[in-house]
Design a binder for this molecule. Structure first.
Ligand code: PLP
Length: 285
């Protein structure tokens, strides 16, 4: 079955789908994106993703490409047309098409939108979680506005590649004060030896993850202690458990950081429990 993409008002076969070469997303990374998990053919936590999308767009002074209700219909229709039961839906909005000039187009242009959906291998993802992943730490080199989910991801791309080349799956950025900010495509967490789940505050240095927000509800329901504070790689090496969160991975246990085994070098019990319980607290639409 060929894949279908929604591109600026039309559902197109992926092989024919294209955007203008003067799309400002292509030339300046002048756009934002969202990724939602699809489970049982349903979109997970769509309202939270839409709220974050609208915020990212507002921060960059890009208009919504269409009313929210219409956008939600397009997202669901893209999932349906691609017959995805487990996977992700990706959506990207850019400032639009205009003759190349750094400043915003003088004559306003319509924002451009692309929505795609694809299946992921559920079993493979579960197997990865059962093994756990390795992480490396690297110096933070991104712009300070990482709270905006911008398509400008060059430092994240290089970080991820560096992780790959060092036999790891994710890279954690470390800021000038020596604290972990977040992963190249995930939020970073540790669990202390006395069972406290720790992650950095969403006020600075990180993207406010949707998975992160839902997980705080999971933890309060399960009466797991949660602490919002920065931590260093050295504290992480000594942690009982560690994990990352992202919509495509939910809670993914970390078993190695910079070559140091975490806990007993296997996915931790609390991390696995949070992974298992997560969807009881998600919204499905
Ligand atoms: N931080 C970064 C840099 C990300 O790219 C992502 C997800 O792609 C996240 C955090 C996690 O966000 P969410 O849980 O909303 O997927």
């Amino acid at each position: 079955m060929s894949r279908i993409a929604y591109v600026n008002g039309q559902y197109r076969d992926m092989r024919d789908a294209s955007v203008n070469i003067e799309d400002r997303g292509y030339q300046f990374s002048d756009g934002v994106y969202e990724v939602c998990e699809i489970r049982d053919g349903k979109v997970v936590d769509l309202p939270r993703h839409m709220t974050r999308l609208q915020r990212s767009l507002r921060e960059l002074r890009i208009d919504m490409p269409m009313p929210l209700s219409a956008l939600e219909i397009v997202i669901h229709e893209t999932v349906r047309r691609n017959r995805v039961t487990y996977g992700i839906v990706y959506l990207q909005v850019t400032r639009g098409v205009a003759r190349r000039d750094h400043a915003f187009p003088v004559k306003p242009v319509k924002p451009a939108i692309v929505v795609t959906a694809r299946g992921l291998n559920f079993r493979k993802n579960q197997e990865t979680a059962a093994r756990g992943i390795g992480v490396i730490t690297i110096p933070e080199n991104r712009w300070p506005r990482v709270d905006i989910k911008s398509v400008s991801l060059l430092p994240n791309v290089l970080a991820k590649q560096q992780a790959r080349e060092n036999d790891a799956y994710e890279a954690w950025f470390v800021d000038g004060e020596g604290h972990v900010t977040e992963g190249a495509s995930s939020n970073a967490w540790i669990i202390t030896k006395d069972g406290k789940v720790v992650t950095r505050s969403a006020e600075s240095g990180i993207l406010a993850g949707v998975t992160r927000a839902v997980l705080t509800n999971v933890m309060s329901a399960l009466q797991i202690t949660f602490e919002e504070r920065p931590f260093t790689p050295e504290e992480a090496y000594e942690a009982a458990e560690a994990f990352v969160t992202a919509s495509s991975q939910i809670v993914m246990p970390v078993v190695r950081i910079d070559g140091h085994p975490i806990g007993n070098g296997k996915p931790g019990a609390i991390s696995m429990r949070l992974r298992e319980e997560f969807h009881r607290f998600s919204d499905f639409s």
